[in-house]
Design a protein around this ligand. Structure first.
Ligand SMILES: NC(=O)c1ccc[n+]([C@@H]2O[C@H](COP(=O)([O-])OP(=O)(O)OC[C@H]3O[C@@H](n4cnc5c(N)ncnc54)[C@H](O)[C@@H]3O)[C@@H](O)[C@H]2O)c1
Length: 317
């Protein structure tokens, strides 16, 4: 029996993750948790999803709820509740109000689903990962932010499209902050097993332009359709399926660092990890060139400052 609860399930990301996960048919129950004022909407979402699942003969239980008891015994609890980013806003503009929501939910998860793995999508996700870690009191291997997984998927797709090859041939990662200070690891990117620096000598590829596009990807989508939807939802359900199936894939997520990468400590950042049904089985020791390492450390300082600012704001309430 595999149970996943989604806190913020009536939102764009929450409901899309619920539907994507249900369709993947790897979960027995999904709790669509919302505030009392939104629970009727959560009910409507489940009715609509059941109709779609009937067409595919999928028997996944969908539980709309505003009652914390319903998240009891969840294997994974995903937090997507929060204010979404509007055009022109940085993820940091959302930090303080969203931290209150994440802190409250993390405390409730610790009471009702103490053996679960917590996933956080709410932005700024690197800051929220530390907030959830401290509020839940969980081991750091069990509190995971949806950091740079989506950024890494985007970059992989850009490279593949640019040279018209299957995306499975591209191995690339984005680490650091999920935001303006993301660090694409070009030095360790390979295409068909060949390091990028050799590959770009024989194909026409404007890498700086691709990186610029990557940094603006979220804002570009928000400016054109109001919200990011399919990309983050598929990235999140992909992470959940990797954990549930214990498939030990290496994916890039946000985790609290204790000096494992570039000596960075006391802050949550996106790094590649091995994911198992226990959470983070291992942080993968990445090699960065001097430029990437400097940018990674810069990102660490920026996220650390924002995390401190958010934590200090708690004292005023
Ligand atoms: N990490 C990523 O890759 C990524 C990608 C996309 C979105 N996000 C983030 O995920 C979050 C949700 O995005 P969305 O597009 O689904 O937003 P949305 O506005 O569609 O949904 C937000 C949800 O949070 C709930 N909510 C709002 N205020 C609340 C409060 N005070 N207490 C409890 N619940 C509250 C709403 O009812 C709704 O269910 C945002 O913070 C967004 O920035 C992260």
């Amino acid at each position: 029996m595999v149970k996943v609860s989604i806190l913020g399930a009536t939102g764009v990301i929450g409901k899309n993750v619920a539907f994507t996960l249900a369709r993947a048919d790897t979960v027995d129950e999904i709790v669509l948790f919302s505030r009392p004022q939104s629970v009727d909407k959560a009910k409507g979402e489940t009715f609509d999803m059941y109709d779609a699942l009937a067409a595919e003969d999928i028997d996944c239980r969908l539980t709309p709820s505003c009652n914390y008891e319903d998240i009891n015994d969840s294997d994974i609890v995903l937090i997507t509740a929060g204010t979404p980013r509007q055009e022109g806003m940085t993820r940091m503009d959302l930090a303080i109000p969203n931290a209150e929501i994440v802190r409250n939910y993390a405390e409730k998860i610790a009471i009702h689903a103490p053996d679960s793995i917590i996933l956080i999508a709410t932005n700024p996700v690197d800051v929220m990962t530390t907030i959830a870690l401290e509020a839940s009191g969980f081991d750091k291997t069990k509190v995971i932010g949806i950091g740079n997984h989506l950024d890494s998927l985007r970059l992989k797709a850009y490279f593949a499209n640019q040279i018209n090859i299957n995306s499975s041939e591209v191995h690339t990662r984005v680490v650091g902050e999920h935001g303006d200070h993301m660090v694409p690891l070009l030095s360790s990117t390979t295409i068909g097993g060949i390091p990028l620096k050799y590959f770009i000598q024989s194909v026409d590829m404007d890498v700086p332009r691709l990186i610029k596009r990557l940094r603006k990807a979220g804002n570009t989508i928000i400016s054109k359709k109001g919200a990011t939807e399919y990309g983050p939802s598929y990235a999140i359900s992909n992470l959940i399926s990797t954990i549930i199936t214990d498939s030990h894939k290496i994916l890039t997520v946000t985790t609290y660092l204790n000096g494992e990468i570039a000596g960075v400590s006391g802050v949550s950042l996106g790094v590649p990890v091995v994911l198992s049904k226990k959470g983070i089985a291992m942080i993968v020791p990445i090699h960065m060139n001097d430029y990437e390492q400097k940018k990674f450390k810069d990102a660490a300082e920026i996220v650390r400052e924002a995390t401190e600012e958010v934590k200090n704001s708690f004292n005023y309430h």
